[in-house]
Write a protein that binds this ligand. Structure first.
Ligand code: ATP
Ligand code: MG
Length: 440
């Protein structure tokens, strides 16, 4: 992508409305724009990061056996009357009427709708286990939307819903998502800690929130330091191995971790000195086993091996992609800007032409750009006539992992400079060596 033809509206000044660093940097780099309170457009640079985040989520959902579909944002109130949540949900739900005066709503979540799909299509236990997910916009009329897309009113959610014949089956489905979440967040450079969550509103079964530690987090969290060293499940994890997944779940829930709502001071104090971690955290995911709450109310049942009808056991599993993007920035930035982990970076490299219009510089840049593009790398080519200093500042601000710096002096001897955004390390090498290094 040539910067001269791209759309990346960088702000020179720090936006005053932004209280936390991720919000500030997302506005400054032109990743997002607020359209009305708590409602954002994702501009091209932000959209690229969001797509990478979603891709990792998809790959890990698919690996764990979940199947993607797409349900609508607008839902009929009738479904929610069946579950009893139409009245229970309160003011967070945006209620609308269509031209026939039929009550509709902008979905804050999809349990009812997916249960409706299930009950009208699945008849036999042979179709189970089943886990259906989508990545779709949600709307919740939050009292206090803030921190940009960290807590917005319209936001993207990956929500998955599992269906099983028995409670044991449902626990395995839960463990699959548990392991899948550990992998998902780790691939984005985050260490998310599963913390026991309150199940009171639905009736107590299994529930964990996945929390990343950050000073600007909205939740107060307490946990054992050991979490920092636990192994992430490998890519070849067998998601059908019931005992294997149970072992992963047990390991990751073997030491203390709780948000303030679930905090048990005595249990926390029992952790040896120096191993207690009390910090602030950001909830990036939430998994929930809720048994037959919706299936019972809405009549979602299958014929079992015994020939009788069984109400299915369900769970739901959420991740917030539009919250994850700022969460990654909170975890990875410095005074000059964002430092993207390579897996979610909007571009693989930025190519800085220090003297656009200079024949030798242009030629070198064109050849590097063509070679990297041919190899499938996404390169942002700064071919503008801005000052070199400004180009360096922009490259640091947008946080692309590698900068290829092409200036008249080094190009004369066939060389360019590579700069690693994270370490700041610079190295001069031949053009060919630079290309090979980026192609790894
Ligand atoms: P919170 O406690 O932060 O209000 P929640 O518990 O209501 O979130 P869930 O219903 O568990 O949220 O939603 C699943 C995921 O969706 C959350 O873990 C979070 O990543 C994301 N999410 C929820 N609300 C928002 C929001 N207002 N803005 C952005 N992401 C959100
Ligand atoms: Mg939650």
């Amino acid at each position: 992508m040539r910067l001269s033809r791209y759309f990346m509206p960088i702000l020179k000044e720090n936006p005053k409305e932004a209280e936390i660093v991720s919000h500030r940097l997302m506005l400054r780099t032109g990743m997002i724009r607020q359209q009305s309170q708590g409602i954002y457009s994702w501009l091209p640079l932000g959209k690229r990061v969001l797509d990478k985040v979603n891709r990792i989520i998809r790959e890990e959902q698919d690996r764990a056996g979940a199947i993607e579909l797409l349900m609508p944002t607008l839902q009929s109130a009738e479904l929610w009357q069946e579950s009893g949540r139409y009245d229970a949900y309160g003011k967070e739900m945006l209620r609308i009427k269509d031209r026939q005066e039929r009550p509709m709503l902008y979905g804050p979540t999809n349990e009812e709708m997916v249960t409706d799909i299930f009950r009208s299509t699945v008849k036999s236990y042979k179709s189970l286990p089943l886990n259906l997910y989508h990545i779709q916009l949600k709307f919740r009329d939050e009292i206090r939307p803030r921190f940009g897309t960290m807590r917005s009113r319209e936001f993207l959610m990956k929500d998955a819903y599992s269906f099983d014949l028995t409670r044991e089956g449902a626990e395995h489905s839960y463990n699959k998502m548990f392991a899948s979440y550990l992998r998902t967040f780790s691939r984005m450079g985050l260490r998310a800690i599963p913390m026991r969550a309150d199940t009171a509103p639905i009736g107590g079964h299994l529930s964990h929130e996945f929390i990343i530690l950050a000073d600007t987090g909205e939740s107060e969290v307490f946990c054992h330091r050991d979490f920092v060293n636990f192994d992430i499940p490998a890519a070849d994890t067998d998601f059908d191995d019931v005992a294997g997944l149970k072992a992963i779940f047990e390991k990751w829930t073997s030491v203390y971790a709780a948000t303030s709502e679930m905090h048990d001071e005595a249990a926390f104090d029992a952790i040896p000195d120096g191993e207690r971690l009390s910090a602030r955290g950001i909830e990036v995911g939430h998994i929930f086993y809720f048994g037959t709450k919706y299936s019972e109310a809405m009549g979602a049942k299958v014929q079992g091996p015994d020939g009788k009808e069984h109400i299915v056991h369900m769970g739901s599993y959420g991740i917030g992609p539009t919250r994850l993007v700022p969460a990654i920035i909170e975890a990875s930035h410095d005074e000059n800007g964002i430092i993207w982990p390579a897996s979610v970076a909007p571009f693989d490299a930025v190519l800085i032409n220090m003297k656009a219009g200079d024949e030798a510089c242009d030629k070198a840049c064109d050849s590097i750009y063509a070679a990297l593009a041919k190899a499938g790398k996404d390169v942002l080519y700064d071919d503008t006539d801005d000052r070199a200093g400004q180009k360096f500042a922009t490259a640091d601000l947008i946080g692309v992992p590698v900068q290829i710096i092409v200036g008249p002096r080094s190009v004369a001897s066939g060389e360019v400079e590579l700069k690693d955004r994270k370490t700041g390390h610079r190295e001069t090498m031949t053009i060919e060596a630079a290309i090979n290094k980026i192609l790894g």
